[in-house]
Design a protein around this ligand. Structure first.
Ligand SMILES: O=C(CO)COP(=O)(O)O
Length: 241
């Protein structure tokens, strides 16, 4: 499975640096992507540094451009993280511009969905973000988050809801792959993900999980590492891959 860890701006800088150093010493049998609040060079062995955002293609300040991300060898960027949309009123037009910036610059977008809940509204949200984008030969990650779980700081999503959204997204993305020439997509699940949440995501069929900064030390993150490593071991035993 893919595991995406996204630090938030309330996490102290020193804690972020320590986390990045400590996780380098763990055995990780899964793909880990980590987004610190300040992007740094993507040169760790155990995991990839990714970006929390990418700029518009306009003369702006305070946002990181595709050229800086390319220079830092960063290959993934969030577009439209739900907290940016909720607190900074980021519109789907802005997110679409960020998405196109990713696609034009060899950066895999992590498209965040979940401002609306319910499968049909999630697809509508996705369509308005994707509009007019040329997806041929591109890779994308779609992160569906239970926003109410993140906001209430507890896992209040239901299995049925997460599964219904997964099935609808998968159907939509399979069709889109055929019609647009998209090279590949992955679906990840977020919203107060803990060990149990990882099990739920894997059982439904999600390719990975999105986790915030609730595990501020690598020691507290270890149960999640164990769960992700165990899933890989079990898959090897069952499918041989
Ligand atoms: O927003 C998130 C990750 O970007 C999820 O945060 P939580 O894991 O705290 O719900």
């Amino acid at each position: 499975m893919i595991c995406i860890v996204n630090f938030k701006n309330m996490m102290h800088y020193e804690k972020q640096l320590k986390w990045l150093q400590d996780i380098e010493r763990e055995f990780l049998d899964f793909k880990l992507l980590v987004a610190p609040t300040l992007p740094e060079h993507n040169s760790y062995h155990n995991y990839e540094i990714i970006a929390q955002n990418i700029s518009l293609v306009q003369r702006t300040v305070g946002e990181v451009s595709a050229s800086v991300l390319n220079g830092l060898k960063i290959q993934y960027a969030f577009v439209g993280h739900l907290e940016r949309r909720r607190l900074l009123n980021e519109t789907t037009d802005l997110i679409n511009e960020r998405l196109i910036n990713c696609l034009d610059n060899h950066i895999v977008p992590i498209i965040c969905l979940g401002i609306h809940s319910g499968p049909d509204l999630v697809i509508r949200e996705l369509k308005s973000i994707l509009k007019n984008s040329d997806l041929s030969d591109q890779r994308v990650i779609i992160a569906y988050e239970s926003l109410k779980s993140t906001q209430s700081n507890q896992p209040v999503y239901s299995y049925v809801e997460m599964e219904a959204v997964y099935l609808k997204l998968k159907q939509y993305m399979d069709e889109l792959t055929n019609s647009s020439g998209l090279s590949s997509y992955h679906l990840v699940m977020g919203g107060h993900i803990n060990e149990e949440g990882i099990n739920v995501a894997e059982k439904i069929g999600y390719d990975g999980v999105l986790i915030g900064d609730r595990y501020q030390e690598v020691t507290s993150f270890q149960p999640l590492i164990k769960t992700l490593n165990r899933i890989k071991r079990e898959r090897l035993l069952t499918h041989g891959s």
